[in-house]
Design a protein around this ligand. Structure first.
Ligand code: MN
Length: 245
């Protein structure tokens, strides 16, 4: 066999708190993202918000490339946009392949290896133009370095994710905060919904959607996000993209 192009190595996230395992890592297979999973953010984007869980319909899903993950916090300002937005989100890492068929809540929860913090970076001008024409969001959501991710905390170290929340500061100013009790679809809900559409596998990473307060980032901006109650942080800087953005 002669490989005519390089076989790329997957991006890996560090996994904290694996007993007896030194330098545990999580190689990323696929990235699923949820849109409009906090009512306050759906509202700020001009989307309709269901009055009750019974009327919530189905989640909005989109994907990001697995090789677009930023692990060192340094975000090159991307080409093709004048309106790069931050969306701070809970990330959920799957440690087990899903069984065939549609998941139930117990089997869904059992797939989770751990949790982290992510930024779903968005070229909002391109997304808005696509939305206005009824076109797919791909160029707004999927681009080089569009998914910032923290190391993962083992599930055992995050006993009650539903009671936690997260926040994002940019240049020291609070921009976004949310509680996971306010998610329209919680983690098992999302895994169940995804299992109607995809074969979930170990290595999959899910971005759970952002609370209100999304706004623009500029080169030089320093950001810092916290998964409240865990001590986990995600911090970094936006740099001029130059030739690499
Ligand atoms: Mn998002």
């Amino acid at each position: 066999m002669t490989e005519l192009v390089p076989a790329r190595t997957p991006v890996r996230l560090a996994v904290l708190g694996q007993p007896g395992v030194a330098d545990a890592t999580f190689p990323i297979r696929r990235i699923y993202c949820v849109g409009r999973n906090f009512a306050d953010h759906a509202r700020e984007m001009g989307a309709e918000v269901a009055a009750s869980k019974a009327e919530r319909g189905t989640p909005v899903f989109f994907l990001k490339p697995a090789d677009a993950v930023v692990t060192d916090g340094i975000v090159p300002y991307p080409r093709g946009t004048h309106d790069l937005h931050h969306e701070v989100e809970l990330t959920v890492a799957l440690g087990t392949d899903a069984p065939p068929g549609v998941l139930d809540r117990t089997s869904a929860a059992s797939l989770v290896l751990g949790y982290g913090i992510g930024l779903d970076l968005t070229r909002r001008d391109l997304q808005a133009a696509a939305k206005a024409k009824g076109l797919p969001w791909d160029t707004g959501k999927s681009f080089d370095a569009c998914a910032v991710a923290s190391p993962l905390l083992s599930k055992a170290d995050v006993p009650a994710i539903d009671t936690l929340g997260l926040s994002l500061r940019v240049n020291g100013q609070l921009r976004q905060q949310g509680r996971f009790s306010d998610l329209v679809w919680d983690v098992p809900d999302i895994l169940i919904e995804l299992s109607h559409l995809y074969a979930l596998k170990a290595g999959d990473l899910i971005y759970m959607g952002t609370p209100a307060g999304v706004a623009a980032l500029q080169p030089g901006d320093r950001y810092s996000a916290t998964l409240n109650g865990t001590g986990l942080q995600l911090a970094g800087i936006v740099v001029d993209g130059g030739a690499t953005g």
